[in-house]
Design a protein. Structure first.
Length: 725
């Protein structure tokens, strides 16, 4: 078996074993790298790399474009065989640093330190990242750039760069270099000690490793998964192992979006089936990272990602007087009506401004919306539209989502037996939107898991010895049905909504969507749906995005990257007065009816109106939210959350004495019909009492009041009544 096949990766970076010709070319390259770091000028008399080395002697970030403008041969060599030329570059950086330190300090001791110092070269480039799916054998040992989302990070380990060996027999010492990344050291089979006459020769494999005398660097492995938006429909997302070392260790947490430049390498997986003797030539790929940048904030590079023409077009669009109306018309155009929901979805996509307070508290800018109501009212269609339009989006259904799947799970690595974190939907959607369908079908304990993520926008984990906090700066768009399947006007708001107030208060807007039967409305709706079906493009591919949707996506990205509005003073005082009035009205209603509202109106709702005002300003690329924005936000809040809080009947409103008397009689008759602990069909009970001359609505109201007093209970989707007391 060859030496290459014993270890994990083949690197030929031991310069002393090369031929004389290669040595000479290496020396000339070393001088070129040296010259580049010393003499590259970004402006007149500004030497960025020289300055950078003095400020941070540990690492040096090199822009590949600068290297190309200095000498096009250098980046070409780096790209074709990076594992050979990066060590040369690092040597050159250490030499330049020692020279600079000597000049600056003039102290021989420091010069000595600097010469032995280890400078890590990190690369950055403006070229486009390639897809993880297109990485094949042709890229092995080449420099590649890919982007994705970190789903797991291991603990930091110590990786040996040189292993010190000692012979068991003759106590002869030897230093063996280790290959970088996940590669090991190739230990010679025999000792090169020449035995004296009468001395016993050293046996085969005589070496013992001396860990204390070996040299180490920090190393960590990360798991990078394709960005959710890049995964083709119906495919599982691919992931790739990354190895980071030295200054790049512990720089990222799961859920961070990364763009990495690295060497596409291979290693022998110790626990895989490929480690059988018959498959010695099969290797697992991984990337040894030599440059890494997070692309969470401002969606990659903010302004830089847009062309001048695009920016001009966006500014022109934002300056139009009816820009807000135009944006709302682009939201889910195939859905008829629901104008207020479309406005709310537009606000959710643009979002308010995130704020960091001086005491370290962060206020969220993301807007959460809940659509609750009858089936077949296009709730899921809104969710699907947002998933396609938002720059970052994750779609999930309540029944198929667990607490760990939504937040984060702790997983044990099968080979190393160590635990690591894997981010869930709320972490993967950091900086975007999570669409949760069938929100009411989630188990209550799973729903509780997202409380923190919805308000503090973090996910705290304390499991299996891992205690950490992950970011989940995301908006939530949820769709739910009432407990009985349809919205029941005979029930109070509490019974219809049936979600805990703790989760309801975290939604900025709550819409009750009813399927009202109205002849004219139904006629227009039917003609709209038939038109949509008739004019749909039958040949349109699964993954083709309509031009209009694509434009909206780009405009969204631009607004979120460059515009961060704040409330103007006049808007703030208007909002203050309005909020106080809302609280007063709710208190008055509670006093009149003797019970609290279904949806609490708290300071969170005041913050919700602020966020909506900022989102409305952002749509017009305005840096201040004015009174007009606040009034529109108030209007949206009133037609959604406030209406939802007042929806359903309340038994004590408009009750005449006669009516109250009739309800009492109905209650007495109901108690006569059902013994404690017995069941009866609701239909049968109503029919029996109707035959006695009682009004059906009075009977229903009496049942409702008894239900609120917990004397009776509805079972089997309200078809059966069970008497408890």
């Amino acid at each position: 078996m060859s030496g290459w096949d014993e270890g994990g990766i083949y690197y030929s970076d031991q310069a002393n074993s090369w031929e004389g010709e290669a040595d000479a070319s290496n020396h000339s390259l070393l001088l070129k790298f040296n010259e580049f770091i010393r003499n590259f000028e970004s402006h007149n008399n500004v030497f960025p790399y020289r300055e950078s080395l003095l400020h941070n002697p540990n690492s040096l970030l090199i822009d590949v474009e600068d290297l190309n403008s200095f000498d096009p041969e250098l980046p070409a060599k780096l790209r074709s065989s990076p594992s050979d030329f990066l060590p040369l570059f690092e040597t050159a950086a250490a030499q330049v640093l020692s020279g600079l330190k000597t000049k600056v300090v003039g102290d021989s001791g420091l010069m000595e330190d600097a010469a032995t110092g280890d400078v890590q070269i990190l690369l950055t480039s403006k070229e486009d990242a390639i897809s993880m799916r297109s990485l094949g054998a042709q890229y092995i040992s080449k420099l590649v750039k890919i982007s994705g989302i970190t789903i797991a990070a291991s603990r930091t380990k110590a990786k040996a760069t040189y292993v010190t060996l000692i012979c068991k027999n003759c106590k002869n010492g030897k230093q063996v270099p280790c290959r970088p990344g996940l590669g090991g050291a190739i230990v010679p089979r025999s000792c090169d000690h020449v035995p004296q006459p009468g001395e016993e020769p050293c046996p085969i494999d005589p070496w013992l490793v001396v860990p204390d005398k070996s040299k180490y660097v920090d190393q960590q492995t990360l798991k990078l998964q394709e960005n959710p938006e890049d995964v083709p429909t119906g495919e599982l997302p691919r992931n790739l192992l990354l190895s980071v070392d030295r200054r790049l260790v512990q720089k990222v947490v799961p859920g961070s979006r990364l763009t990495v430049i690295g060497i596409y390498s291979i290693y022998q997986a110790s626990n895989s089936s490929t480690s059988h003797k018959g498959a010695v030539a099969v290797r697992q790929p991984y990337i040894r990272v030599v440059g890494m940048e997070e692309s969470n904030d401002a969606k990659s590079q903010g302004d830089a990602a847009f062309t001048t023409e695009e920016i001009e077009e966006f500014k022109k669009f934002a300056a139009e007087p009816d820009a807000y109306k135009n944006i709302c018309s682009k939201i889910a155009p195939s859905i008829f009506g629901h104008d207020d929901i479309k406005k709310a979805v537009a606000c959710l996509l643009f979002s308010g401004s995130r704020k960091n307070l001086p005491d370290g508290v962060k206020l969220r800018g993301d807007i959460n919306v809940l659509l609750l109501g009858d089936p077949s009212t296009a709730k899921s269609q809104f969710l699907k539209f947002v998933e396609k339009t938002a720059p970052i989006a994750v779609y999930t259904s309540g029944k198929g989502s667990s607490a760990a799947g939504l937040t984060a799970s702790v997983i044990q690595d099968s080979s190393t037996r160590e635990f690591y974190l894997e981010g869930g939907a709320m972490v993967l959607a950091d900086g975007g939107v999570v669409c949760i369908d069938e929100f009411d079908k989630m188990r209550p304990e799973d729903r509780v898991a997202i409380h923190e993520a919805m308000e503090q926008q973090t996910i705290s984990i304390a499991k299996a010895g891992i205690t950490t906090v992950l970011n989940s700066r995301t908006s939530v768009l949820a769709a739910a049905n009432p407990p009985s399947g349809r919205y029941d006007d005979l029930k109070t708001a509490q019974d219809n909504i049936d979600l805990q107030t703790t989760i309801l208060s975290r939604f900025d807007l709550i819409f009750i969507v009813k399927d009202n039967r109205n002849y004219n409305q139904d006629k227009i709706m039917a003609s709209h749906i038939i038109k949509v079906h008739a004019s749909a493009d039958a040949t349109m591919g699964e993954n083709r995005v309509p031009k209009e949707e694509n434009w909206l996506k780009r405009y969204l990205q631009y607004c979120r990257a460059v515009c961060h509005p704040r409330l103007s003073e006049s808007a703030a005082s208007l909002l203050q007065n309005n909020y106080v009035k809302i609280r007063q009205d709710m208190r008055q209603q509670a006093n009149e009816t003797g019970e609290a509202a279904a949806i609490p109106i708290t300071v969170r709702q005041l913050e919700a109106i602020i966020r909506l005002s900022e989102a409305l300003a952002k749509m017009k690329l305005s840096n201040s939210a004015n009174e007009e924005n606040v009034q529109e936000a108030m209007k949206l809040f009133n037609v959604s959350t406030m209406d939802a809080a007042k929806s359903g009947i309340n038994q004590q409103i408009n009750l005449t004495p006669d009516m109250a008397n009739e309800i009492k009689q109905a209650e007495t008759q109901i108690k006569r019909r059902i013994g404690i602990g017995n069941h009866i069909s609701e239909r049968r009970l109503i029919d029996d009492l109707s035959r006695m001359g009682m009004n059906e609505s009075i009977v229903r109201r009496a049942l409702l009041i008894m239900h609120q007093r917990e004397e009776v209970e509805y079972k089997r989707e309200r078809r059966v009544i069970y008497r408890k007391a």
